[in-house]
Design a protein around this ligand. Structure first.
Ligand code: CTP
Length: 405
């Protein structure tokens, strides 16, 4: 099944103001286009000092607007026309000066004019600040950011790190891919607004000695996709991850662990403060009874060592048994008879929902197919990429939650 790009059918006004981060806006225009959006670039005079309108036209495939006096529109009202067809205005980079203008509602150039002229209820304003750390920390900027948020703008970032001026601190514009993800998230339905979601993901690693261990083929991709989908749906998300090399989804708090016991120790104290627990991790069922303190050496003529295993704690069952436990969702990665095994786990772990899938067909891949098993029956979520499935699963979980107090 071919999936439509996430921003298919969305029309975005991409506003650039004066700042060195304009170089990232070139990439952003491409990312938005690749995600299916149509992009109308609007640049301030300051932005044109950093990057040319020709570059932005070539990347967005549309002539750029730079002036409120542009004579191209028949009605000479670019600020009205551009915002009536847009689904969102994204200002990236947003300079300290431009944020100050937004805070005051000033409208003396096309971009600030259209920000004030946009229909606020159906055309969101997203702002990606980019400036030196002292400018970001200045009390005037702090006041202005508070004001634009109070007026309904969504502020994305900034990130901390190396700055073009050579200083290090807060004020870097987010990367193009992060801004594109933030825009995608903005358009997702907020089915988990106000909810707290705890997710486990990835394999666990059970040490045999300091250089060897027992693990499995779980990539963590499904759990990370669920964490992202829950955050997109408006939840506050904590992700407890086994050893995987995946980027943390935007806005998700991540705790890295290695072994099943570390995962258990991280999850149990957090679980009571969450509304939902999704146990996606492929937790090792057993660990070596005693990990050797030093590397086990191969000695000529000596028999191979034998491993004595002991059972790991069952994290999902332990959370489900807590008083005031969150709504618990388990995963069952099976090699056969998915529905039958998933239903057995539903009863054994005493959880309201088990998501079955075929382990060998999903581990490490970007796509999957899921079977939702609960007391009422089964429901198949057909083959799709993991993020699509994660969004569908988040919708299913949201429907099953008791309404918020
Ligand atoms: N799980 C867990 N802690 C464990 C083992 C499993 O939290 N020690 C969770 C997994 O994250 C998953 C669910 O329990 O959500 C089912 O895991 P699975 O390994 O398939 O179940 P087991 O009970 O171990 O059954 P089996 O390995 O025999 O299939």
């Amino acid at each position: 099944m071919t999936q439509l790009p996430d921003l298919q059918g969305r029309h975005i006004v991409l506003g650039l103001t004066g700042g060195i981060a304009c170089y990232k806006a070139a990439d952003l225009a491409r990312e938005l286009g690749k995600a299916g959006a149509t992009v109308q670039v609007v640049m301030t005079e300051g932005a044109e000092r950093f990057i040319t309108a020709v570059t932005m036209q070539a990347l967005s495939n549309r002539p750029v607007y730079t002036s409120q006096w542009d004579a191209r529109p028949d009605n000479a009202m670019a600020h009205i026309n551009l915002t009536r067809e847009a689904d969102a205005v994204l200002v990236a980079p947003a300079s300290a000066d431009f944020i100050a203008k937004l805070a005051q509602g000033r409208a003396d150039d096309l971009l600030s004019l259209l920000c004030v002229a946009r229909p606020t209820e159906r055309c969101a304003l997203l702002v990606a600040p980019a400036m030196n750390r002292e400018m970001w920390a200045h009390p005037a900027t702090r006041r202005n950011v508070v004001q634009i948020v109070a007026d309904g703008a969504v502020v994305l970032g900034p990130a901390a790190g190396d700055q073009a001026c050579g200083e290090v601190g807060d004020g870097r514009m987010l990367e193009a891919a992060q801004l594109c993800d933030a825009l995608i998230a903005h358009f997702q339905p907020k089915r988990l607004a106000g909810r707290r979601v705890l997710v486990t993901a990835g394999p666990t690693y059970e040490a045999i000695d300091p250089v060897r261990g027992l693990t499995n083929l779980s990539s963590g991709k499904m759990g990370f996709a669920i964490a992202r989908a829950a955050a997109e749906a408006g939840a506050t998300v904590t992700l407890v991850a086994g050893p995987v090399a995946l980027a943390t989804p935007m806005g998700v708090a991540r705790i890295d662990v290695k072994s099943a016991r570390e995962m258990h120790a991280a999850v149990l104290p957090l679980a009571p403060t969450h509304d939902v627990f999704v146990a996606t991790a492929a937790v090792a069922d057993w660990r070596p009874v005693d990990a050797a303190g030093q590397k086990i050496k191969k000695v000529a003529g000596q028999a191979a060592p034998s491993l004595v295993l002991v059972e790991n704690p069952d994290i999902l069952a332990a959370v489900a048994a807590l008083p005031g436990h969150p709504y618990c969702v388990g995963f069952a990665a099976e090699s056969h008879d998915v529905e039958q095994h998933a239903r057995a786990k539903l009863e054994r772990k005493k959880v309201p929902l088990i998501v079955g899938n075929l382990g060998p067909a999903t581990f490490g891949r970007d796509d999957n197919a899921l079977l939702l098993v609960d007391a009422l029956g089964t429901r198949a979520l057909p083959h799709a990429d993991k993020l699509t499935l994660a969004r569908q699963l988040v919708g299913e979980i949201a429907q099953r939650l008791p309404s918020a107090p």
